[in-house]
Design a protein around this ligand. Structure first.
Ligand SMILES: NC(=O)c1ccc[n+]([C@@H]2O[C@H](COP(=O)([O-])OP(=O)(O)OC[C@H]3O[C@@H](n4cnc5c(N)ncnc54)[C@H](OP(=O)(O)O)[C@@H]3O)[C@@H](O)[C@H]2O)c1
Length: 288
């Protein structure tokens, strides 16, 4: 039997965790991917090779599909890429979309990456398809992006001030995506996924330092300095660096500090905590 579940973005950081969870549960899935070999190696039952910008490939991907887990990467036109999938899904008679969104889409007004995610959420609502929106806060795994700075300088330098965030483990996010896509009762629901406690970046840096046995400091430059420096030192394109700074500024104002019970409610177990993340990734943060 061909898979009735389509996963987009399977070859990405979060998507590959979703793929692993689908495989663990023995759920067959089709991948829509730019790289067929990579998607097959992640365990896809079959792959439709394509690109979100190529409408013919998107239409092929949703053929005979019942449920779509919609994940895309951050891009200047991310909302248009995802809306191409929504339109094709409606056309093909797909019943249900589980959209990976972001907590920042639920802020009033939405901030940073959330401004694109909220447009996709609206398009899905307008489509008449059944939907669930999964809105995680900042992933614990995103700290791996700062591993280089921790290894070389023993510091995390980000403009998040003294703001705290309830950093969530991306594996919990992946499990919640699969849970909501594979059982009834989640249509029309919005889940905001967080970890079990809210930490400032200074506390997160301390936890990383504690786990590797060498302190890690946190420096919070003003946003106007970060806007000049971050694109140069991070290698990120300027638009992406601006979105990241915008998110960190929202966090500095407390936008992601609230802990929710949604992971516990969906998975029947407490969310993974930051200390465990730091311990599991101790090698990535060791000094060079
Ligand atoms: N990181 C966080 O803290 C956080 C928090 C909340 C929400 N989110 C959201 O999580 C989502 C996924 O993040 P991620 O880190 O997993 O992203 P990622 O690693 O960049 O993965 C993006 C995926 O989308 C695919 N893709 C990109 N452009 C494509 C195109 N034009 N056509 C077809 N496929 C394309 C990529 O394929 P290739 O492998 O071919 O590149 C990859 O599979 C984002 O929407 C982000 O806003 C992230």
């Amino acid at each position: 039997m061909t898979a009735q579940l389509l996963l987009t973005g399977a070859t990405g950081r979060l998507g590959s965790l979703v793929a692993a969870e689908l495989n663990r549960q023995g759920i067959g899935w089709r991948a829509f991917a730019r790289r067929t070999d990579a998607a097959l190696s992640l365990g896809a039952s079959n792959v439709v090779q394509g690109d979100f910008h190529n409408l013919a490939s998107v239409a092929k991907a949703v053929e005979a599909i019942r449920t779509v887990i919609l994940i895309a990467g951050d891009a200047p036109d991310q909302e248009l890429q995802e809306i191409n999938v929504v339109n094709a899904a409606k056309q093909a008679g797909v019943q249900y979309i589980v959209k990976l969104s972001a907590q920042s889409a639920g802020l009033n007004p939405p901030a940073s990456f959330g401004r694109k995610h909220i447009q996709v959420e609206q398009a899905i609502k307008d489509s008449g398809l059944q939907w669930t929106f999964i809105r995680p806060v900042f992933f614990q795994q995103s700290f791996l992006l700062f591993a280089d700075s921790v290894q070389k300088n023993n510091k995390i330098i980000l403009p998040a001030g003294k703001g705290a965030a309830a950093f969530v483990d991306a594996r919990d996010v992946a499990q919640c995506l699969v849970k909501t896509a594979s059982e009834a009762g989640h249509a029309g629901k919005v889940y905001t996924l967080t970890g079990p406690q809210s930490l400032t970046f200074a506390q997160a840096a301390f936890a990383i330092g504690d786990s590797r046995g060498r302190p890690v400091g946190y420096i919070a430059p003003p946003a106007f300095i970060a806007r000049i420096v971050l694109p140069k030192v991070s290698g990120m394109p300027k638009w992406l660096a601006m979105e990241v700074i915008d998110l960190l500024q929202a966090i500095s104002r407390g936008a992601q500090s609230k802990v929710t019970g949604d992971v516990q409610m969906l998975l029947g177990k407490p969310p993974r905590d930051f200390k465990s993340f730091a311990a599991e990734h101790v090698q990535s943060f060791k000094s060079v």
